[in-house]
Write a protein that binds this ligand. Structure first.
Ligand code: SF4
Ligand code: SF4
Length: 216
């Protein structure tokens, strides 16, 4: 019998998840992760960004736990983690400010790593990776499978070709990489049409620009 920690968790149809997550990136909806009793991402040495307008959240957190967010305008804060990698707001296994938790926490969806076929990070993220391996997507038809293959191919390309993109635009951060792959996956829907890495990189840059333009 599979242990509770390895038991598969159905996500549903890949294309449905993909479409919802892309809408969530555009702030048109939220993510809907069925976390159950998992709190892996609260125990994985994550810095949590909190925006200045999240006043309700900031009011709930001891200001000694908050630090100015590097490289962002004044008022943006970061909540760190303790020596065990746990968020200080995690008490007895649960978020003590759940109803006021940061937007970063509300929008976190570890299924992006299952979609992109990559790990969430190094050993600090091993609890998240355990959870990621449990997610199982369903495929209604060939397009569903092609979409998933395209997201994975995009992630692989970005990982292998970081240096051909403009400096700083593709980082080695797995979360950012998975999100970029989800934004530009359509470039990889017809892999037979791709010619060389430079052209593929240009197509990715255009696809991401196109996706992001609705955000402005
Ligand atoms: S790791 Fe995934 S399932 Fe677990 S709490 Fe975080 S988002 Fe939810
Ligand atoms: S604020 Fe709450 S949800 Fe966010 S990481 Fe901390 S314990 Fe988890």
């Amino acid at each position: 019998m599979k242990s509770r920690k390895t038991k598969p968790l159905p996500v549903g149809q890949f294309s449905t998840w993909l479409s919802r997550f892309r809408k969530a990136l555009k702030n048109e909806t939220g993510v809907n992760v069925k976390c159950g009793d998992c709190n892996a991402c609260c125990r994985s040495s994550q810095f949590i960004h909190i925006k200045p307008e999240e006043t309700g959240t900031i009011a709930r957190i001891d200001n000694r736990l908050l630090f100015p967010a590097p490289g962002l305008p004044k008022g943006n804060m970061v909540l760190g983690y303790d020596k065990n990698g746990c968020c200080p707001m995690l008490r007895e296994g649960q978020c003590s400010i759940y109803e006021d938790r940061p937007i970063t926490c509300r929008n976190y969806d570890c299924r992006i790593f299952a979609a992109a076929g990559i790990d969430a990070g190094g050993k600090e993220k091993k609890l998240v990776d355990q959870q990621v391996r449990r997610w199982i997507f369903k495929y209604k038809d060939k397009l569903d499978r092609r979409q998933h293959s395209a997201v994975m191919a995009a992630a692989e390309f970005l990982k292998e070709n970081t240096t051909i993109f403009p400096a700083g635009s593709v980082s080695g951060n797995p979360g950012q990489l998975a999100i970029l792959a989800i934004k530009c996956y359509n470039v990889f829907l017809r892999p037979g049409l791709l010619r060389n890495n430079k052209e593929t990189a240009q197509m990715i840059i255009s696809a991401v620009k196109n996706f992001d333009k609705d955000l402005r």
